[in-house]
Design a protein around this ligand. Structure first.
Ligand code: SF4
Ligand code: SF4
Length: 220
């Protein structure tokens, strides 16, 4: 009997708590942000359009399997794996990596399982388009242009406010240092041949030189 009344009390209390918050916002002063002249305030953990390090992607499909709405599309020609020497994925070509943003919920569930930490939630907050097809971002096509994240339409404007110029610069520069590796991800690559762990025996013991096997195993 006690549980019965306690449940009623908890239900009423939680409804009143929710209503109190709702009512507070009903009577709060309305603030209009003059976007795009004024930068929108993005919280530190904001989850925007992804940015993708294609050169580290091994096309393992874990992100696609974790996606609750099946909006990640991946195609490869053969298995890919990280080359320990360079930290770049080698093997088959990544033919397609695309995300359909007309379905994406920005839940970040695709980011967590990625074994190579190559897919991230970004800070681009809008992706306007004129049809549904334009909501599908082909990250492999972007990689051909040396880009890791799509370009929002507002970036095409000739005169941008200072905050937007800064964001555009960041957008352009982000993939620049890794353009070559990004291009390699789109083609078939043979991993570099493994160096024999005991290539240089040291001294009379015939053991590998210091740092031999350890060095060969490092850099994953
Ligand atoms: S953020 Fe969520 S919905 Fe969007 S692609 Fe990732 S897992 Fe799918
Ligand atoms: S982004 Fe990460 S989880 Fe998704 S296929 Fe590439 S390596 Fe696998």
């Amino acid at each position: 009997m006690g549980d019965y009344f306690r449940d009623i009390y908890l239900a009423v209390r939680t409804i009143l708590t929710g209503m109190r918050i709702t009512l507070r916002y009903c009577f709060a002063r309305t603030i209009t942000v003059q976007y795009p002249d004024v930068a929108p305030t993005l919280q530190p953990r904001f989850r925007g359009i992804h940015w993708f390090e294609i050169e580290k992607c091994i096309a393992c499909d874990l992100c696609a399997k974790a996606c609750p709405v099946d909006c990640i599309y991946i195609e490869k020609t053969a298995p890919r794996k990280i080359d320990k020497e360079t930290g770049v994925a080698m093997g088959g070509a990544l033919v397609r990596y695309a995300i359909d943003y007309s379905k994406c919920m920005f839940c970040a569930l695709c980011v967590e399982p990625c074994p190579t930490d190559c897919i991230h939630m970004g800070n681009v907050h809008d992706l306007s388009g004129y049809d549904r097809r334009s909501m599908i971002v082909e990250f492999t096509e972007l990689a051909r242009q040396g880009l890791q994240t799509p370009q929002p339409i507002w970036m095409l404007k000739g005169r941008l406010p200072p905050w937007a110029r800064e964001m555009k610069q960041d957008w352009v520069e982000r993939g620049r240092p890794r353009r070559e590796q990004m291009a390699l991800a789109l083609t078939e690559q043979k991993p570099a041949p493994k160096r024999p762990a005991t290539a240089e025996p040291s001294g009379e013991t015939g053991r590998p030189a210091a740092g031999g096997p350890e060095a060969a195993g490092a850099g994953a």
